[in-house]
Every structure is written in structure tokens, then in C-alpha cells.
Write a protein that binds this ligand. Sequence first.
Ligand code: ADP
Ligand code: MG
Length: 683
Amino acid sequence: MSRILARLSINTVLDIFYYLPFRYEDRSNFTAISDLKVGDIAAVKGEVKTLGNVKTKRGIDIFQLALDDTSGIIYGVWFNQPYLKKFFKPGQKIIMHGKIERYDKLQINHPQYEVLKGDESDSIHVGRIVPIYHLTQDIAQRYLRTIVYRAMSEYLKCTEEMLPTKLLARNKLVDINFALRNIHFPAKDENLKRAYKRIVFDEFFTLQLAVALKRKELSADKRGVGHIIDKEMARNFARNLPFELTEGQKRAMESIEGDMKSTRPMNRLIQGDVGSGKTVLAAYALLLTVGNGNQGAIMAPTEILAEQHYVTLTRLLMEYDVNIVLLMQGLTPKTKRETLDDIRGGRADIIIGTHALIQEGVEFKNLGIIVIDEQHKFGVSQRAHLLRPVISKASNGESAQAVPDTLLMTATPIPRTLALTVYGDLDISSIKELPPGRGEITTYWISDSEREKVYNFLREQIQKKRQAYIVCPRLEETGSLAVKSAKFMHEEFKERIFKDLKVGLIHGKMDSSKKESVMKSFKKGNIDILVSTVVIEVGIDIPNASVMVVENAERFGLSQLHQLRGRIGRGPYESYCILISDAQKEGAQKRMGAMTESGDGFEIAEEDLKLRGPGDIFGTRQHGLPEVRFGDVVRDMEIMELARKEAFLLIDKDPELKSYENRFIKDNLDKRFKGRLGLARVG
Ligand code: ADP
Ligand code: MG
């Protein structure tokens, strides 16, 4: 038996207690068969009258039994399981559960069932709300339920209450005995809710303690660069901008100053929708570090973006004596060597590049800050991995080099749930508004059969001197014509539909100088319609582009679509995002719906998480986060907030969990993390 239980990861009594049911059946009252409604999910109890196997004309085995509860008869029907016959006998009392259907008679197909014994042990299984567990081979529902029940009666009294009474009272949490008993055998629905809340609280509380400890550790880290803030320079910087900073930008700037002043290494994320103006913040942070005699680096996910940053930063920092270098592929060996020398020798102040910045053995003299733009393109573990060599290289030669500040920027806001967990050790600034004077973006979802309309509309816009992007999910045809390829659309437009217009093509397989020249001519207005793959996804700033058409929009993720939409509406013109899709699947339809309903990146990010589910985010172990077994980080957000508040309070008061009162909490934490309290530390 223990071998079978071990397959369910049940090895100890505690494991039994925490082997939670996945659903419950209310067997305190069964529905009378005569009252059943087709379509309902219901449990019925009765006596087996007749049973037997039949074979259909098409050779399918059907086993069926008739169940009688004196009010009526219902059939249990199983396909291709003739062996079931030997499990049942006429006269047996059984329970069946499932969806009520009616063909020529009332029936449940493949019901869940349980045979009652007719003795007192039945009191565990009927006349109450009963737990239903996931099973493995060779173990019956009834048997497992009995094991849980017996374990409870014997040992529940021995479980220790981990949480202090006051904490329980403050948060209206039930004690652990009550919770465990009622999560398995709830006396009523209300108890089940309270039990669930407590058990999920425990789980999230442990998680949040880890986050709180990590943050404590980070804030105690004094190896950072204590920058001196030159107020005059700050004022001057703001004055020289061709625009007034938005409130969100100002707030983020203050937080950056605060972080950079401190000797605690900065670990901040700026999240703000596409076009909210994050680059100017990066420029300020970089200037600040250079003003303090350090180097600053900025890393972008694509070469095009790195080049754009080079142009932007050169313009923004024109007034100052800063040497900005761009490190990228395609430099001549000589230029490259010189650039690397300049970086190593400290003659380069601001270094811009892609992740090649780190991979290609770049040595910094004294790196004060590293800015990572569009950080979501890099991924948590990749980012940490990328940063480590920078830091260790920076400390080469030089003794006791400071840990550089880290500033992350993203246009894909982190949903609140993740901000509290995976990214719980980051400081986050949100820019919620766009600079004034931007044109509205309207989003349409259109079926493929309406594409003529789209073409006419494109023509109108181009007559108004606007430009358009057409994004396709792939570059080349691969058999199915249902998925539009960039090459195909480019041909189609150029040779047929928009013969008279200037149609361009850009894609990821082009070398970067070619890409650059295409983007340049688009920017100059020498291309009206630019057909592309997702290379244009991030960062590109072309205010005159007012239409974004996405082909086979169902092939893109929600945040990706939102990013694409961010390419337009960057100027004063009314802009239009047109999603062409015959999406059939529910998920895709919901994504299209979310896009047409909301233009707010924060809302989109929350919706995206809901649609993809936390499994996607917690699926990989790479963040070092424990798996969430009981709670649902999206649905149980409120419990997460409570747990967070209490965890931070506790760590504040008793950072090392030394007090007697907290001994069980400490034990639990040690057990859960087995000494590896490594959360998603960035840098
Ligand atoms: P993102 O946050 O997407 O990186 P950018 O930094 O590329 O946005 O900014 C988009 C455009 O908005 C740029 O042309 C930039 O000069 C401009 N911009 C930034 N801040 C402001 C502001 N406060 N007012 C007006 N325009 C701004
Ligand atoms: Mg940007």
C-alpha cells in the first residue's frame, strides 16, 4: 500500500493531510432521480437493478447498469469497458456522479461511481460533503478517503500551529486543525472557504517570507555605487529637453535618484507603455553615473533598437562632454578593437549594445549602471546570467569594485501577482500616462473576407501622407496558404494591390545594415507600406506611421499584439490597429476581444496572465520559486496581499526568525527551501 501511496507523493501523515481533494460532492442530500434536469451535474444514490454488456452495430462495447432510487431510474453507461461488469451486482447500493443526459432514457456517460458497503463505514462516504481525490492505479476513491479520515482522527491533534494567535485573529484565519479537517471533510461550504483561505495563506506566507528575506538581504548590501546627485545638472537636463516631463516620468526620475544615491545596488524596474518615454529616464541615469566618473551601459534586445538609442542619447546628451559608443556586429575589426580598448580604458563613457555587449568579452573600467531596455525580451534567468559576467569582469584587476546599479525598462507591465512574487525583490516604478498630444489609437478586429476594406482604408491613409506597417507571423510560405507570409504579402502588394505605392519589406533574416537602410527609408517617407515579420516589435519610433495591420493576428500573444500596436500612435495623428483574423479558438477570440476593448498596457498584462494562466509563468523552475500547490496566484490575489503584509511585518520585527514564537515558521521555511533561498535576484 505504501508503494501505491508513494506514487501520489504521500510518504508521511502530513503528506496525507496535505493531499487535498480536487473537488467535493455534496452527499448530504442526493437529487431524486425524478427531479434530475438534463445538463445538470448531479450525484444520485440508488440500488443497482440490472446490468449487462451490449455491442452496437459498429462494434462498440457498451456496459450499462440501471440505478433505481424509488423515484425513478437512471442508467450509467460506459463505452469499451466490458470488464466493469464484474465490479457490480444487482442489489448493490451505489452513488453515481456526472452530467445528466437524455437519449431514449435518462443516463450518465462514464459516471464517477462509488459502491456503498451498507455498514457504518459508509458514514465517511455519504450523508456529508465528501472529498474527491485524484487517484492512481490500484487505489479506489473510497479507500483513499478512508485513509485520510483515519489519519485525521488519529493524528490531527498532533499537528502544530505554526502561526501566532494574534496573526490568525488579525487576518480572520482559522487554526490549522480546523483548516485541515474542513479542507477534507467540510461540515458546510462556509467552513470549506475558511479552510481553503488558511491553507493558501500558509503557502503564500512562506513564499512571501522568502521574498521579504531576500529584500532584507538586498537592502543590507552596501557594495553599490553611492552616486552624488548634482541638482544643477538635473535641472539643466530637464530644461534642455524639447518637452515637459510627465508626472510619471518625474516620479520615476526621483526614485532613480534615490536609488543611485544609496550604496545599496539599485534594482529597479520602470514599466510604462510603449511611447511613455522611458528612454529619457535611461539617458538621465546614464548621465548621472558619467557625471560621477563612472561608465554606463545600455543593452537593447535588437541592433535596430541599439542604434536608435545611440541616435537618441547622442541628441539628448549633446550638451555634455560624454563619449557614447555603439558596440555592434558589423564593425570592422579595427574599429571594434578600438572601441573595446576605449571601454576597457575608461575613455568610453556610455556603451550601447545588444547582449553582445556581455557575451563578447567586453571589459568595463568602472561600470556605475547598466540599463536593460525591453527587459521582458531577456527573461528572468537569462538576465541574471547576462549580468553576472559583467560584474565579475568589471571587478577584474581593480580591487573591491562596486556592484553596478541595475535599471530595467519594460513596455510589458508585470501583472501585480508577479510583481509580488517572481519579481518581489524588484523596486518598481510605473509610468501610467503617455505624453500629451498623441493621437488616439482605435483597434479593429476584422475577418479575412473583409480585407478589401482594409486595402481601401490603407490607400486613404497613404493619400493623407501617413504610413503603414503590415506584420505577418512568418517570413516564408510553408504549405498552408491560410497563414500569410511576409514575402507573399510583399509580392502581392508590390505587384498587384498597391502597384502605384512604395512597398518595402523588412525581416529578421536580413543583415543589420540592410535592415537599417530599410528602416531609414521608411522613416524618411520613402516607403508607404512596410511589410514585416515581428522584427519591428520593439522600440522603433516613427511618428508618421498611423496604421498597423496584423495578419493572422490569432498567431500572436496578447502582450505581443499590444507591443505591435505601440508602433503607431506615436505622433499627433489618429491611428488604427487592424487585426485580421478568423480566430476560432476561444483563447484567440478572447485576445482579439481584449485588444479591441483596452488600450492600456497594464490592463492587457493582467488579462494576458489570466488567459495564459499562472502555469505558464510558474511552469519553469528557473526562478528558484517554490511551486504553488494549493493556491492560485491569480485568483487568490487577496490572500497573497495579506500574506505579503504579514510576512514583511514579521521579517521587519524578527529578521532572523529567532524568537520562540516564530520557531515553527522558521522550521517550515527551512524545510520548504532547504537552504536555497534564492529568488529571482537580478544582477
Ligand atoms: P518608450 O517608453 O516606448 O521607450 P520612448 O522613450 O521611445 O518611449 O519615447 C517615445 C517618444 O516620446 C520619443 O520621441 C520621445 O522623445 C517622446 N517623449 C518622451 N517623453 C516625452 C514627454 N514628456 N513629452 C513629449 N514627448 C515625449
Ligand atoms: Mg523604449
